[in-house]
Design a protein around this ligand. Structure first.
Ligand code: SF4
Ligand code: SF4
Length: 297
């Protein structure tokens, strides 16, 4: 699984960029998950979107704290130090910038910096300074993670008519005009800028990302859940068998199907999978289930 953070400003289509990108990943047979984080909800304020993508279902739901890739939709944000928080050494930066000066000042150990003057392209092709589709083209070329064709198909779900045509042109120009600098990620960050390996070639092989959170939900061949959702739990249900009426509601409502009849003839949670949501306790008509903190196990 790869993790990515998009930085833009309200009105620039940052969130929509993340959604179109996710659609292109899915069209390419991958899994993707995206969600936004707004600061002040008005045009012009800083906006972030988080994206995860990979070959397996994505279970992680938090913000992205250690991005492998940073995508700057807005040039002014390339100057903001906090936008680089947690950036992984050897990661990729794709930025909207006129002259790349902000990027030159970077002191992060990246493997690729890809820049494109997205604002000028967007103004010429769409008549607006909304740079999101142009930046998606640059992202596709710089990372090799999604294809231009899948991005075009994804755009068709978001735009129609002349607006679609303009955004497709903007996307294509982002793809064709992005300048890609490849660095040796092994070298010291202070001397890295003198170690540019290649200024021309696009990335042919998409980078591989690793995450501890990626796992199969199910083993289809065995028809059983194998993700140990019990590891998420901080509390667990305990059934008072003297109060239990054996109605089976807890079994019916448990989202993980882990409340089952035990050898004693009463319902108990399979703690390997019970995630401690408490739904069974809420639904039990006899109030026979109490949620207990995990330490008491
Ligand atoms: S706490 Fe949630 S996951 Fe655990 S048994 Fe009850 S309903 Fe199922
Ligand atoms: S919902 Fe409550 S009463 Fe019904 S079977 Fe489960 S524990 Fe017993």
């Amino acid at each position: 699984m790869g993790e990515m953070r998009l930085h833009g400003r309200g009105g620039q289509g940052t969130v929509m960029a993340a959604q179109m990108m996710a659609a292109a990943f899915v069209l390419g047979g991958k899994y993707a998950s995206v969600f936004p984080s707004f600061g002040i909800e008005r045009r012009g304020s800083a906006v972030m979107a988080f994206a995860r993508f990979g070959d397996k279902p994505i279970r992680e739901k938090t913000r992205v704290y250690n991005p492998d890739i940073l995508l700057f939709i807005d040039e002014s944000l390339t100057d903001v130090e906090s936008c680089y928080d947690g950036f992984q050494p050897g990661g990729i930066i794709v930025a909207n910038t006129k002259n790349g000066k902000n990027i030159e000042k970077l002191n992060v150990n990246q493997s690729i910096i890809a820049t494109v003057d997205a604002e000028s392209i967007a103004l010429q092709e769409t008549g607006t300074p909304i740079t999101n589709t142009c930046m998606l083209g640059a992202f596709a070329k710089a990372t090799g993670l999604i294809t231009l064709e899948n991005l075009k198909k994804a755009l068709e779900d978001f735009f129609k008519g002349k607006i679609l045509a303009g955004n497709i042109r903007s996307l294509e120009r982002g793809y064709n005009e992005v300048k890609i600098l490849k660095f040796n990620p092994e070298c010291n960050e202070k001397v890295q800028k003198k170690n540019i390996l290649d200024e021309k070639d696009p990335v042919i092989d998409p980078p591989k990302f690793v995450s501890e959170f990626e796992a199969d939900w199910t083993d289809v061949s065995k028809k059983q859940i194998i993700a140990k959702t019990g590891e998420w739990r901080y509390r667990h249900p305990e059934v008072d068998i003297l109060s239990c009426k054996l109605c089976g509601w807890c079994d019916m409502f448990c989202p993980l199907n882990c409340m089952k009849l035990g050898d004693d003839g009463y319902y108990h949670a399979n703690l390997k999978y019970c995630k401690g949501c408490g739904i069974c306790a809420n639904e039990c008509p006899a109030h026979a289930i109490k949620m207990k903190p995990e330490e008491v196990i």
